[in-house]
Every structure is written in structure tokens, then in C-alpha cells.
Write a protein that binds this ligand. Structure first.
Ligand SMILES: Nc1nc2c(ncn2[C@@H]2O[C@H](COP(=O)(O)OP(=O)(O)OP(=O)(O)O)[C@@H](O)[C@H]2O)c(=O)[nH]1
Ligand SMILES: [K+]
Ligand SMILES: [Mg+2]
Length: 497
């Protein structure tokens, strides 16, 4: 522990006295100026194509002027309430549409700048007429992708994690993704980071107080012990979140569900049934599927990437063997394995071999931790004798299904929902999930810095480790102004958002 080694050298290194609590290194502060800020931007913010109502937005100092130029009467309407106005082309005076307009003077707007919304009739000619008219107003230019949100971020209206939540909300395709994105947009992850950053700031204040005033001054007893215990608690919290990290990412980008089994078990039939489209060729010939076929699906409300694979058997031709090699490779990457057997063919060597080499070992490895999970499906239940299935009692837990008749599908979907909730985490409860690799990276780096704190040879280095840790939290939440990170995140947005 560094405290015992607290030396004169460290005391000399500390420099003059300074306030114990320093300025935060910018958690939550808007990191960068928006590109081209100063200009007023405009774009169609609703979807492209013919629609009932289209929304065109502007943001920037010339917004009010643009609104006055296009409308009659030419004064600004009441702030934040809808007014009906005739829109005309400012040059030709030609009427463009009768539209609802909204005036949002900054800073009380989405971007924090003066903003205007034109709710026009959604025909392509109206939309392009209004966009062209706006383009002719001096000081206005078309917006780039994500530029409205980028300005909101630059003016402190949204934190970086909220921006990510917004991007995910726009792209959410399943219920679970929507719930997770909404929670992130609500700032829950940001709040958590702020709480952690506060703890770090307190710990740093204690350490710096010790550096500045030493043991002999009128300093509260045990400041360093307090800092130590704060850091310890924080490290435990971060570790818990990191253990959970892959789940949030799976929910954002889809869990890997791999369908496997011996040839002809009905793997491709199951993939087609679950994805509700003919993704894979189904045929009575064993060895039909060779390549790994991937399809994104909504499985019981969770996003999943479903992979069909070659039936596992040895000793066939080189092409099929390559398929089997790829199948095994894909199996290793699975978050959830759907193991399929032909219920009417359980005693065959290929079924027994599959049970021994894939199912039993996977069940032994899973499923309490974050390991792979497995569902055993006995397909072709329609081929079983009517007096009830005569299945071996030694079989692991399984579900009966018939891809042919659909019997057992509801039970399978329910089981999938439970498994995927475990794989992805439930976005409605529990702590906010870390949805991106970026979150995980900064959290891990923060945790590493806390480790350096504990092993620092002197108190000056310990304080420095805390500053590094705090910097990572600030970058997680605020982006730290790193242009590259901002570019990556804002690239996800469309023009007009
Ligand atoms: N009776 C019955 N036949 C089924 C069922 N599911 C699939 N089959 C049939 O079983 C045969 C094999 O189905 P596939 O889906 O191609 O099986 P597979 O596991 O993908 O086969 P490979 O890709 O060759 O490994 C086809 O003739 C299907 O029509 C079922 O539930 N009941
Ligand atoms: K087949
Ligand atoms: Mg197949």
C-alpha cells in the first residue's frame, strides 16, 4: 500500500497548496462545437415519400427570419404554439401550402437554438417547394445527417449517452430494444455515471486534502481511509456492471441464436418457421444446408440473429465437411443454441452422437453464469405414435415441436422469451445496461485506474490514478469532445434528426 511509503519525494512533487476539490474535467459538458454552427440548417425531419403531413425543421439564428420570409402575415407567431399560416415563396410570392408553423425561440428548443417547424401537406411537390424556398433564404443551408442532434449535444441539451439512446430509439425494431433505448434516452445511464463520478470526486478531494495539508494540519481523521473505502465500493459497482455488459450490447445488436443438430432433424424447417420466411432450402435429402445462413428475426420481442447450419456428421464429401466445420465454428459464437433432433429417430447413431458431444457438454457448462445457453427441441412430434411419445427418461429437458403442423410452437416461443431475457437482460428492470462497446471500454479503463490507485507507490500517483478514472467516466457520459467518437455516433442518424 502506498500510504506506508508516503515519502518526502511525494511531498515535494505535490507543488503548492491548491483547493481540495478541483473543477470536474468536464463530465456532461458539451464536448465540441457543432460543425458549421452559426449557420442555420434546415431539413425534412419526417420520413421520405408521400405522406399526410411532413415536418420540415430549421435550427439556427436565421430561423425567425426564415419563418417571416415564408409566411404571411410576416410577424412571428406565439412561441411554442401551432399557428396556421399561408406559406409563399419569398422570391416569386407564389403560394406553396397552407401549413401549421411552430416557433421555438432558443434556448427552449430541441437544439437550444432558435428553431422552426413547418408541418406541411406531405406531397413531394409541396415538400420540395418549401425546401427550395428555405434554401433561397440568406444564411440557410441544408442540414447534414444527425446535425440537429449534434447541435442539441453541443448546447448541452442531451448528454452523449442520451444521444446514443435517441439513435437507438430511431433504429429500434423490437419491443425490448425500444424499452432499452427509452431508458437510455431518459438519461438513466448518464445518471449512474454522474453518481460514480461524484464518488470519485469525493475520494479525490480526500486524497488531495491529504496531499495539501498532510497529517499534521487540522485535517479530519482518516481521510485516506474514507477515500479507500469509497474507491472499493465503486470498484465493486463497476465490476457488477461490467459483468452485465455483454447483455446490453446483445439487446442492441441482437443475440446470436444458432440452430444445430444432426442432418435432416428439421433445422432449416425451424429457421423458416421462426423467421416466417423461406430463408433456407428444406429437403428430405440429408446434408442440404452447407453454408451458414443468417437471418435477423424478432424472437418473442427480442432481436436475434438466427443462424441455420449444416447437419453435424463426419465422413462425407469435402464440401459438406467444410459446412460442418463452419457449423461448429458458429456454434462456438452462439449466445443461445437451439439443438434440434428428430423425435422419431432418437435412437439413431447420429442422434446419440449429437446428444453426447453437443447437448450434454453444453448443459453441463451452462446456464447460471454468462455461458452459452441451450434449448433442446425434439422436432417431428407428428411422427410419434398416437399413444403418447415413448421417449427415453434419460433425455435432458426438452420441448416437443412439429414444424409441419406448428404444434408446440407457442411453448417454444415462450421458452425462447425466457432464455433471451436471460441472455439480453430485461430492459424494464435492473440497472441501465451498457449498450455499446464504447461504454464497456471506458468502464473497464476506469476500473483499471482504480486498480492502479490501490497499488500506487505514493499518494501523488494515487491521486493521478483517480483523475484518470474520472476522465474515463467523463468520456463515457460526455464524450470528452473526442471528434472521432462524435462522428461515429452521429453517423447513425439520418438527415433531419
Ligand atoms: N413429418 C415431419 N417432417 C418434417 C418436420 N420438419 C421437417 N420435416 C421434414 O424433414 C426433412 C428435413 O428437413 P430440413 O428442414 O431440410 O432438415 P435439416 O435439419 O435442415 O437438414 P440438413 O440441412 O440436411 O441437415 C424435410 O423433408 C422436411 O419436410 C416435421 O415437423 N414433421
Ligand atoms: K435436409
Ligand atoms: Mg438444413
Amino acid at each position: 500500500m502506498w500510504r506506508g511509503l508516503w515519502t518526502l519525494a511525494a511531498r515535494a512533487a505535490r507543488g503548492p497548496c491548491r483547493p481540495c476539490v478541483r473543477q470536474s474535467s468536464g463530465a456532461g459538458a458539451p464536448g465540441s462545437g457543432a460543425p458549421g454552427s452559426g449557420a442555420t440548417i434546415f431539413a425534412l425531419s419526417s420520413g421520405q415519400g408521400r405522406c399526410g403531413i411532413a415536418v420540415i425543421r430549421t435550427s439556427g439564428p436565421a430561423s425567425g427570419h426564415a419563418l417571416r420570409s415564408l409566411t404571411a402575415p410576416r410577424e412571428l407567431p406565439r412561441a411554442r404554439s401551432a399557428s396556421l399560416r399561408l406559406l409563399t415563396d419569398p422570391r416569386s410570392g407564389e403560394p406553396l401550402d397552407r401549413a401549421l408553423v411552430l416557433w421555438f425561440p432558443g434556448p427552449h428548443s430541441f437544439t437550444g437554438e432558435d428553431c422552426v417547424e413547418f408541418h406541411v401537406h406531405g406531397g413531394p411537390a409541396v415538400v420540395s417547394g418549401v425546401l427550395q424556398a428555405l434554401g433561397r433564404v440568406p444564411g440557410l443551408r441544408p442540414a447534414e445527417a444527425g446535425e440537429f442532434t449534434r447541435r442539441a449535444f453541443a448546447h448541452g441539451k442531451l448528454s452523449l449517452t442520451e444521444v446514443e439512446g435517441l439513435a437507438d430509439l430511431i433504429h429500434a425494431e423490437t419491443e425490448a430494444q425500444r424499452r432499452q433505448a427509452l431508458r437510455q434516452l431518459d438519461g438513466e445511464l448518464g445518471q449512474l455515471c454522474r453518481g460514480w463520478a461524484e464518488t470519485l470526486t469525493k475520494a479525490l478531494a480526500h486524497v488531495e486534502a491529504y496531499i495539501d495539508f498532510g497529517e499534521d494540519d487540522n485535517l479530519e481523521e482518516g481521510v485516506l481511509e474514507q477515500a479507500d473505502s469509497q474507491v472499493r465500493e465503486l470498484a465493486v459497482a463497476l465490476e457488477t456492471h461490467l459483468r452485465d455488459a455483454r447483455r446490453g450490447q446483445r439487446l442492441r445488436s441482437g443475440a446470436h441464436v444458432v440452430v444445430t443438430g444432426p442432418p435432416n432433424a428439421g433445422k432449416s424447417s425451424l429457421v423458416n418457421l421462426l423467421s416466417r420466411k423461406p430463408v433456407s432450402i428444406v429437403s428430405p435429402e440429408p446434408g442440404t444446408t452447407r453454408d451458414v445462413l443468417e437471418t435477423p428475426v424478432d424472437l418473442a420481442g427480442f432481436p436475434a440473429l438466427l443462424s441455420d447450419t449444416a447437419g453435424l456428421r463426419e465422413g462425407q464429401g469435402p464440401v459438406e465437411q467444410e459446412g460442418v466445420r463452419r457449423a461448429r465454428e458458429r456454434l462456438e459464437q452462439a449466445d443461445l443454441i437451439l439443438a434440434v433432433l428428430d423425435a422419431s429417430d432418437l435412437a439413431s447413431p447420429s442422434s446419440c452422437d449429437f446428444l453426447d458431444t453437443v447437448v450434454t457438454p453444453a448443459i453441463a457448462r451452462s446456464p447460471n453464469g454468462n455461458g452459452q445457453r441451450l434449448l433442446l427441441v425434439l422436432n417431428k412430434s407428428d411422427l410419434l405414435p398416437p399413444g403418447g411419445p415413448d421417449l427415453s427418461p434419460e433425455l435432458p429437458p426438452h420441448l416437443l415441436l412439429s414444424c409441419l403442423t406448428g404444434a408446440g410452437l407457442d411453448g417454444l416461443l415462450e421458452a425462447l422469451r425466457k432464455e433471451l431475457a436471460a441472455v439480453c437482460g430485461n430492459p424494464s428492470t435492473g440497472p441501465p445496461l451498457l449498450t455499446r462497446a464504447r461504454h464497456q471500454h471506458h468502464l473497464q479503463a476506469c476500473l483499471d485506474a482504480l486498480g492502479s490507485y490501490r497499488h500506487a507507490p505514493d499518494v501523488a500517483l494515487a491521486a493521478e490514478a483517480l483523475r484518470v478514472a474520472r476522465g474515463h467516466l467523463a468520456r463515457l457520459h460526455g464524450g470528452g469532445g473526442t471528434e472521432e467518437v462524435l462522428d461515429i455516433i452521429f453517423r447513425d442518424f439520418c438527415v433531419g434528426k
